[in-house]
Design a protein around this ligand. Structure first.
Ligand code: IMP
Ligand code: MG
Length: 179
């Protein structure tokens, strides 16, 4: 384990098993369709590529970015779209892939963003959910794991742009972000 981590919360094997399940869920739900899968950068990037390889659905891949955190562990308030999509989502079935639903602000912002752009449907797949932190009511349609209120890193999630490439999900030591 990385020395900045307190403990591993979700192992590589547990992640792989859940990602396969989520992939099968998408296969059932979008059989015969050609949805557009949207990766909300950067935190979802690792999950996104594993998830899409675990489904048999034909999907278009697209990417966008929303900023709310900066380099801190506390949400800075209303999320902003900082990188727009390559394609139009008008009339399309959107699969939004999220790393974690925390306060819920990003999800609320993105659901209305896709609605304004005329998407036919929006299905949210989230790797993680921290229900105890919710500020605005919103939920993913499929959640892989619920986690307690730790600051977590790995499998795409960062602290100050580090730890994204850890193959597991771990709680970060308080001493790392409180110094
Ligand atoms: P929101 O508060 O639900 O809008 O979540 C916004 C974003 O905060 C997520 O997409 C993550 O990128 C980030 N985030 C929330 N909790 C954590 C965490 O424990 N570790 C790393 N990033 C987090
Ligand atoms: Mg982040």
């Amino acid at each position: 384990m990385h020395p900045d981590c307190e403990r591993i919360l979700i192992t590589e094997e547990e992640l792989a098993a859940k990602v396969r399940e989520a992939g099968r869920w998408l296969t059932e739900r979008f059989r015969g369709k050609f949805p557009i899968a949207v990766c909300n950068l950067k935190g979802s990037a690792v999950f996104f590529t594993d998830l899409l390889r675990a489904t048999e659905v034909d999907v278009e891949m697209d990417f966008m970015a929303v900023s709310s955190y900066g380099a801190d562990t506390i949400s800075a308030g209303k999320p902003r779209i900082t990188r727009d999509l390559f394609s139009s989502v008008e009339g399309r079935d959107v699969i939004l892939v999220e790393d974690i639903v925390d306060t819920g602000r990003t999800l609320v912002t993105l659901r209305s963003f896709f609605a304004e752009r005329g998407a036919n449907s929006v299905t949210v797949v989230a790797l993680l959910d921290k229900p105890s932190r919710r500020v605005v009511a919103s939920q993913a349609d499929y959640t892989c794991f619920e986690v307690e209120n730790h600051f977590i890193v790995g499998y795409g999630l960062d602290y100050a742009e580090r730890y994204r490439n850890l193959p597991y999900i771990a709680a970060l030591k308080r001493s790392v972000y409180e110094k």
